[in-house]
Ligand binder design. Structure first.
Ligand SMILES: *[C@@H]1O[C@H](CO)[C@@H](O)[C@H](O)[C@H]1NC(C)=O
Ligand SMILES: *[C@@H]1O[C@H](CO)[C@@H](O)[C@H](O)[C@H]1NC(C)=O
Ligand SMILES: *[C@@H]1O[C@H](CO)[C@@H](O)[C@H](O)[C@H]1NC(C)=O
Ligand SMILES: *[C@@H]1O[C@H](CO)[C@@H](O)[C@H](O)[C@H]1NC(C)=O
Ligand SMILES: *[C@@H]1O[C@H](CO)[C@@H](O)[C@H](O)[C@H]1NC(C)=O
Ligand SMILES: [Zn+2]
Length: 484
């Protein structure tokens, strides 16, 4: 036993030393080609096995793996109550700053875990997913020093991936690409709360909506097309821009657009220029995840020596943005009377069309700016519950909600529903007074042409079928071994 442990520990020490001595770690502030990128991720996963997991969400058009490094304590699955966060970079293959920043960020989180209290707390309490390159094929045809061309922007099939998501107004304009499909599967599989999509070409945070109805587009003038959560998007966008040393000034002075200005270094997507089929709008329409798009600087593919200054400028904003999942809005669990988690319960904020749904563990996160809210929690076959919730500036308010089944009225009379302090329940006479943002109500009726991928959870296996399947497997393995 002791020998096994010794060998195990030596193995870890050896792999740590190998990663370091071969010069892969610490991650260098330079450009990494696709194989070097994979090596860095493998080295991080091997050096920090307790807090990382390297996995692929699918393949590019040319068959390259789309690697994601998960960083968290006890990686591997969603833990009830632990929020899921993601950063996606290099979706445009020639916009490479984000790709390198995510490698440096991964190393920063891993190497400071256990040494730095802030990083340790973040890694303990958050499941962070980093996709450094969503478009490894495009990267291969891009060139260092090319600041503004579109060479390498598209995937190997010539498609702009940030125009390829199903769009509520324009549907699916070109065929769904493997990279897009992989990301769609991923964002429907994990209950993400917050994310950012890292681009380059100017210096600004762009937030939803990116697209707008045709009637508004036709007018030709710039239209600020706000989402029902405009206040929260503005607030989280400003957290990034104001933590960045220069972004908040709002005057990038990029050579190709010297006079471009963005108040506070942020912009509504449609007010800047509308795009159809973008990723951030898709996240918002179809999932619980709130996503913004970061434009990290004027040059899309700067010479390697600029990576370090980019890292120093963005390290704190990247950290602070992840921390928002803990400091913003409300979170908690929805359960039935027996304390079992309820999946798919809707968290509805009065006068706000976007609904958040609980995950299969009954947990939810609802980002909100500080203030007082009327919250309704609804699920079919259960009685609605209404609450008043106060959201504070520094810490998400924890709200646990018990829903009472409509069929258990008598049971309910004997055992009144507990209310959780500090939230007091208040009964509103007019249950239907939840006014919706008219634009979104309209949009909800439009069906997106590409269906969300089916959840594997919907494949319910009865105990009998389960036993049957196991017997089949056992038989199968027996046959294999008998044959050999
Ligand atoms: C990728 O980068 C590594 C490390 O810099 C280098 O050794 C390797 O030759 C590069 N691969 C290609 C295909 O350029
Ligand atoms: C992983 O965690 C175990 C148990 O907490 C600890 O003994 C071990 O040293 C850790 N390994 C690394 C590489 O941090
Ligand atoms: C929220 O409600 C509390 C009382 O319940 C009040 O003291 C506070 O001022 C309210 N906050 C806002 C932002 O309205
Ligand atoms: C909410 O419920 C969760 C899961 O049952 C529990 O861990 C947590 O302590 C509860 N929080 C409060 C404030 O009641
Ligand atoms: C109903 O909602 C509107 C906002 O849409 C609000 O102004 C009004 O006070 C609400 N009425 C009641 C009775 O809550
Ligand atoms: Zn881009």
């Amino acid at each position: 036993m002791a020998t096994t442990w010794l060998i195990f520990c030596l193995g870890i020490v050896y792999s740590v030393q190998r990663a370091q001595s071969s010069g892969i770690l610490p991650v260098k502030a330079t450009h990494h080609n696709n194989s070097a990128l994979h090596q860095v991720l493998e080295a991080l996963a091997a050096t920090y096995p307790n807090i990382t997991r390297l996995y692929s969400i699918g393949k590019s058009y040319q068959g390259k793996e789309l690697w994601v490094l998960e960083i968290t304590k006890n990686p591997g699955r969603h833990i009830p109550g632990k929020p899921e966060f993601k950063y996606v970079a290099n979706m445009h293959g020639n916009e490479v700053v984000g790709r390198e920043l995510l490698l440096l960020f991964a190393d920063y989180l891993c190497s400071n875990y256990g040494n730095n209290d802030r990083v340790t707390r973040l890694v303990d309490t958050t499941r962070i997913h980093l996709l450094p390159s969503m478009n490894p094929d495009g990267w291969e045809s891009s060139n260092e020093g090319d600041c503004s061309s579109v060479r390498g922007r598209f995937n190997a099939n010539g498609v702009d991936l940030n125009r390829n998501f199903p769009d509520p107004y324009d549907g699916q304009r070109n065929e769904l690409q493997p990279e897009t499909q992989a990301v769609m599967n991923w964002i429907h599989q994990e209950p993400f709360v917050l994310s950012a999509n890292l681009h380059g070409g100017t210096l600004v945070v762009n937030y939803p909506f990116d697209n707008l109805p045709k009637e508004l587009k036709r007018s030709g003038s710039r239209v600020y097309y706000s989402s029902p959560d405009d206040d929260i998007f503005v607030s989280i966008a400003k957290v990034y821009s104001k933590t960045h040393p220069t972004m908040h000034i709002g005057h990038p002075k990029c050579p190709i657009q010297r006079n471009e200005r963005f108040a506070d270094g942020i912009t509504n997507g449609a007010a800047w220029y509308p795009i159809s089929g973008g990723m951030q709008d898709y996240n918002y329409y179809k999932t619980n995840c709130f996503e913004i798009t970061l434009e990290l600087g004027c040059c899309k593919y700067p010479p390697a020596l600029y990576i370090k200054p980019y890292w120093y400028a963005n390290r704190e904003p990247l950290l602070k943005y992840v921390e928002l999942v803990h400091t913003t809005g409300m979170k908690g669990f929805v359960m039935d009377e027996r304390g079992r988690p309820l999946e798919g319960a809707r968290i509805i904020i009065e006068n706000r069309a976007k609904k958040i749904k609980t995950s299969k563990d009954g947990d939810f996160w609802r980002l909100l700016v500080p203030g007082n809210y009327t919250v309704r929690v609804a699920k079919r076959k259960y009685k609605n519950t209404k609450l008043r919730v106060t959201v504070n500036p520094d810490q998400a308010t924890v709200v646990n909600i018990t829903l009472v089944s409509k069929s258990s009225r008598n049971l309910n009379r004997r055992r009144p529903v507990k209310t959780v302090s500090p939230v007091q329940v208040f009964i509103d006479k007019d249950e239907r007074n939840v006014s919706f943002h008219s634009a979104l109500a309209h949009r909800d009726r439009l069906r997106l042409s590409a269906k969300a991928p089916k959840k594997s959870a919907s494949l319910k296996i009865t105990p009998v079928a389960h036993t049957f399947l196991i017997s089949l497997l056992v038989l199968f393995f027996q046959m294999m071994f008998i044959d050999n």
